[in-house]
Design a protein around this ligand. Structure first.
Ligand code: PDD
Length: 285
């Protein structure tokens, strides 16, 4: 069955879902996106994703064409129409399609809003048991990585380099320190059991999963330091892992071909994954 997508007010078969070639998302990457996980047919931590959506569009002076409440209704309708049990809902809003290609914002344009779903068994992903390999690449992105913009070419190149090296993710490096993964947040657990992840700033995307994991860990009295870490610190760590809506908590077992600890998923990582899944199920809407 052709999946159903949403385009500017209509639910249409994905193969017929189209926007203009003059859409500013296409011409300028002038748009924002969000990816929410779906478990048991329900949206995971969606309020956090919608709050970040609102912040991102605000930072580029783009007005949402629908209220956040309506956006969540559309997400839910799309899940229902696709009978999606486990997977992802992608949503993107752009500044719309003009009559030409002016860099400055045109007046009176209606923003484009599209959504589609994809099936993914996040819970039973084999990589959660085996862990993933990451490579490192220079972080060549712009200085507003806190905005979830669709300008993802640096990450496309980083993740392609990872794929060519047989790795699942690329950790991006700036000034000798890991910023984050191409599409995930990066964590380590030090030998003295401190959970370390970079502090939020313009240098990284404020991950919704990262935020939830930090809170869940704090509630369990784990020690947390929000600060940059280097690759050598990660290689000397007890454990490493990545978080995102599409991975939840995913063990990182090697970096540039060198094992993290014994090269197996760590006990704390596995525990945090279970805790996150419990939270996700209990709070999904
Ligand atoms: N990526 N950092 C970057 C650069 C990301 O692109 C993502 C998410 C994250 C994790 O954020 P969250 O926990 O809110 O998913 C961190 C999504 C999943 C993607 O691009 O597909």
């Amino acid at each position: 069955m052709d999946p159903i997508a949403y385009v500017n007010g209509s639910f249409v078969p994905l193969s017929e879902a189209k926007v203009s070639i003059l859409d500013r998302g296409f011409l300028f990457a002038d748009g924002i996106y969000e990816v929410s996980a779906v478990l048991d047919g329900k949206l995971v931590d969606n309020a956090s994703h919608l709050a970040r959506l609102q912040r991102s569009v605000g930072e580029i002076s783009l007005e949402l064409p629908e209220s956040l409440e309506r956006i969540e209704e559309i997400q839910k309708e799309l899940i229902a129409r696709n009978k999606l049990e486990s997977g992802l809902v992608y949503l993107e809003v752009t500044r719309g399609a003009d009559k030409g290609r002016d860099f400055a914002f045109p007046k009176g344009l209606k923003p484009t809003l599209i959504m589609f779903t994809s099936v993914k068994d996040i819970i039973n992903a084999p990589s959660a048991r085996t862990g993933i390999a990451v490579i490192t690449v220079p972080d060549i992105r712009w200085e507003r990585r806190d905005i979830k913009s669709v300008a993802l070419l640096a990450q496309v190149l980083a993740k392609q380099a990872a794929a060519e090296a047989g790795a699942a993710e690329a950790w991006m490096i700036e000034d000798g320190m890991v910023t984050e993964g191409g599409s995930s947040s990066a964590f380590i657990l030090t030998q003295d059991n401190v959970l370390v992840t970079r502090h939020n700033s313009n240098e990284i995307l404020p991950g919704c999963t990262r935020k939830a994991v930090v809170k869940l860990a704090q509630e369990r009295q784990l020690r947390i330091e929000e600060r940059p870490f280097s690759v050598s610190e990660a290689l000397a760590a007890k454990e490493a892992f990545a978080t995102s809506a599409s991975l939840f908590v995913q063990p990182v077992v090697s970096i540039d071909g060198k094992p993290v600890a014994d090269g197996k998923p760590g006990a704390m990582t596995n525990r945090l994954r279970e805790i996150y899944i419990e939270f996700a199920r209990a709070t999904a809407v």
